[in-house]
Ligand binder design. Sequence first.
Ligand code: GLU
Length: 505
Amino acid sequence: MVQRKVRVRFAPSPTGPLHIGGVRTALYNYLFAAQHGGDFILRIEDTDSQRFVPGAEAYIVDAFRWLGIPFDEGAGYGGSYGPYRQSERKDIYIVYVRQLLESGHAYYAFDTPAELEKKRGETANFQYDASTRMAMRNSLTLPAEETARRIEEGDPYVVRIKVEPGEDIHVHDLIRGDVVIHSSVLDDKVLYKSADGLPTYHLANIVDDHLMEITHVIRGEEWLPSAPLHVLLYRYFGWTQTMPAFAHLPLLLKPEGNGKLSKRDGDRLGFPVFPLEWTDPKTGERSSGYRESGYLPEAVVNFLALLGWNPGEGRELMPLSEMIRLFDLASCSKSGAKFDYEKGKWFNHQYLMQRENGEIARLFMPLLEEKGAKADVAYVEKVVGLVKERVNVVGELWEQASFFFTAPAAYDEKTVRKRWKADTAARLSELAALLGEHEPFDALTTEEAVKSWIESNGYHLGDIMNAARLALVGESKGPHLFLITEALGKEETIRRLMRAIEVLN
Ligand code: GLU
């Protein structure tokens, strides 16, 4: 067989924000294409007008821009296999629907929704298939003239695939191996509806994969049940020679491991399941996103890459170029991947530490503004350098660093009880006086001066340091005390010491 250029596609339906599982599917497609020097295509599968959500396509495009995953071709990207929105390909599909009708692999069906409903009521597990189709209203049971007349008169109809019973259908899956399904379990799926002149997912998906010369279909496990039908369609069209290889990726599971990861899990446990924030255009309901929660795109990508794929040798942190080099469908797992969001935070921490303080400061600025804290970038950069070790996501910087921007409005009671002693006020005013004289105000020399004052007076080092921290921070946290005084500066340090004496004494 001729070696074809690798071409893969990500084919989302624009029915809402893109779930993080969809992002992983796209990522694996990208890694695979990049490794083989192939093309990565974005195709919008919007043939279900009932489920179409405005803004969903733009959201998808934005999400991949943010993540740094580029498409080579597709909706919004252009290319020579377009259009890439299925709703713009109506005329193309008609030709293929006709082909199936003419070759006898599909037929017209006129059953009304009410009639189908009635059948389902009468027969448990009713399925439109070889065992029932001859008792239904379709072009196989009606006289040819009547079929022609109904179509002529504009009676609504659907076109169904005619699945022949009694054969094993083999789906060769690059992750799961040979998956065999007996054709009798398949139903005569609807391929086309005259009501809106649009094909259904199955037909559009196969026709487009063929016309766009897709070589590998890498998608979520939830599509595995559709694969046998797709194999049949390839055969009915006579395209078996160029049928893409299939790879069905494992599900993303709840952190506890029982069942599929859902938006509810995210809400319940406090992590996003979407790449970007999303506001539902109908209900106005807001869902949080990784970007807005202060995650770095490269951390999200690295984290997702390892949900279902194991590069071996305990490798975890790696740049995209390394993922491209190592990625291998055969080493993707068959069983579901637990969504361990603590691990996601760990990845983000690692990538955050690799960023320059200035860059982190820039990401932190909008949050500071939101909190009403005013500070110049240079100061924020310095503060970031002092506390970044303690955070996983940018959003946590405020929690760790708020006291650098606003003086404590209150003092933590437990700490006060423990650290504020009878002589504390006297010691802190001496300290304030000493600091007033001390110049310059850098951490090193200030620490030296303070320590020698403590020593020569026989004071208790811990008592004074803890009380001073309480005065400056409001509680017993934060980086090294003299890094705090240096950042705050002389004036503010003394002001906070005096204020604590006033309030706590
Ligand atoms: N439109 C389908 C989806 O939303 C595509 C499935 C496939 O990749 O074949 O996931």
